[in-house]
Design a protein around this ligand. Structure first.
Ligand code: HAM
Length: 434
């Protein structure tokens, strides 16, 4: 009894000293990583098959890069960036997204000069948001960006590429929402209409929208507050103030999507939270994940390269949120099993022969998930470990087997008789099982 109390006390004091992960920043544990790897590999394969090349950018950039591209009065720049001054007095930020860095890298390395670029990147992004299901402070994106193409064909191709991804991943509960933000000039006119409309209804605006009315009125349309929905419903429609060229661009995009058999919903309230967009914007949204339903989002940003000091270069891109995609995939398909297929049990005096046998199998069957027992112990303990490992088959290498150049096979999940097999035939036998 006293021992239990002392033990619990010890546990509590140890726990209180434990350093835990930063709120909103997750460990991705081994049970989850097979899902991540599967999705990442599928996305890489699809992007490569459409001619995209990988680019890797730093996690840290000058803060100014983000404030100038994403926009001074966006939520991300105003209140969500992890910003600090480094030892040289430079103002730096952890990247909250990848597009700004991609543009910076492209300009810096002359990638946009008379060239079309199809690029992709992946990695951690950081936003100091209020953590909840599907929304984290460190999260992961795979992004794709195309530079040098202005027409709606590339917008359509990008959307088709993402649709192919969902199909490959077996995801069905995803709705494509599209909108056009028009040209910067047309949006300015619309912005004024919105300010006039919402100013007349100022008493009905919630606190957030009051603030946005001064800073970024388009974002009021994005409000999720149910009390605001009726007001938003009646607000002037952005699509009605599109400039002619943007209207044609949008009509052509919709026609291409229709011809390709891609279902979509035009959502005139889709305005996106970053300032750099013009014309096409789109999001793939699911109802299966609760409030954080946007799994993939992007659009056109034809002005950004020039605005950041490069030559005028049309651009379009998207990023998908890995955490949300993994959650959706897990809901649809379940976890993926990467436990060993085969567990090699090695008698204590046969360690070197055991390791050599395992090496021979790893060479012959590079994809086989074979775990060799290490750490000694009786055959009984090793069997328990084999069972716990999830393996379907145990190979036993004991003294008898060494003497006869054989191994014993035991099926761990099926009621089949144990059998002996020559070591020289083992690789072929295992190959025949897969
Ligand atoms: P975004 O809409 O801010 O766009 O993010 C893209 C996706 O990243 C979202 O749809 C969501 O799946 C995921 N995401 C964003 N924030 C979080 C979070 N806090 N926790 C978990 N997942 C999150 C961009 O970042 C643009 N750079 C996309 C783009 C590329 N536009 C043109 N090119």
């Amino acid at each position: 009894m006293l021992r239990d109390i002392l033990y619990n006390l010890h546990e509590e004091t140890t726990l209180s000293k434990l350093i835990q992960a930063v709120r909103g920043m997750n460990d991705i544990l081994p049970i989850q990583t097979p899902l991540w790897q599967h999705i990442e590999t599928t996305v890489h394969e699809v992007l490569t098959s459409y001619g995209y090349q990988e680019i890797r950018m730093p996690l840290l950039e000058k803060t100014e890069l983000f404030s100038r591209s994403i926009g001074e009065v966006t939520d991300i720049v105003e209140k969500e960036m992890y910003t600090f001054t480094d030892r040289n007095g430079e103002n730096l930020s952890l990247r909250p997204e990848g597009t700004a860095s991609c543009v910076r890298a492209g300009i810096e390395h002359g990638l946009f000069y008379n060239q079309i670029q199809r690029l992709w990147y992946q990695g951690a992004m950081f936003r100091h948001e209020r953590p909840q299901k599907g929304r984290y402070r460190q999260f992961h994106q795979i992004g794709a960006e195309v530079y040098g193409l202005a027409g709606p064909d590339i917008d359509a191709e990008m959307i088709l590429l993402t649709a192919r991804l969902w199909q490959k991943l077996g995801l069905t509960d995803l709705e494509l929402q599209v909108n056009s933000l028009g040209s910067a000039e047309a949006r300015q006119v619309y912005r004024e209409q919105l300010v006039t409309y919402f100013s007349q209804q100022q008493s009905q605006l919630d606190e957030d929208s009051q603030r946005r009315l001064q800073t970024n009125p388009l974002r009021i349309l994005d409000s999720k507050n149910p009390a605001m929905q009726e007001l938003i419903e009646k607000a002037p429609n952005l699509l009605e103030s599109l400039d002619n060229e943007s209207q044609t661009h949008f009509d052509q995009l919709l026609a291409l999507l229709k011809q390709a058999g891609i279902a979509y919903r035009v959502n005139p309230r889709l305005v996106r939270g970053l300032d750099y967009y013009n014309r096409t914007v789109f999001e793939w949204v699911t109802q299966s994940l609760g409030a954080q339903g946007a799994v993939c989002a992007g659009g056109r940003y034809d002005r950004l390269v020039e605005q950041m000091g490069g030559r005028s270069t049309p651009a379009v891109g998207f990023a998908l949120g890995m955490e949300r995609l993994v959650a959706l995939f897990e809901q649809t398909t379940g976890l993926l099993d990467h436990s060993p297929e085969v567990y090699l049990i090695i008698a204590e005096n046969a360690v070197s022969q055991g390791l050599c046998l395992a090496e021979m199998l790893h060479t012959a069957l590079p994809k086989l998930r074979l775990m060799s027992h290490c750490g000694g112990g009786s055959l009984k303990t090793q069997f328990k470990k084999a069972d716990k490992s999830g393996a379907k088959l145990a190979l036993i290498l004991g003294e008898d087997e060494i003497a006869t150049h054989q191994v014993t096979l035991k099926h761990l999940r099926q009621d089949l008789p144990q059998q002996k097999i020559a070591q020289t035939e083992l690789a072929d036998y295992l190959r025949s099982l897969s």
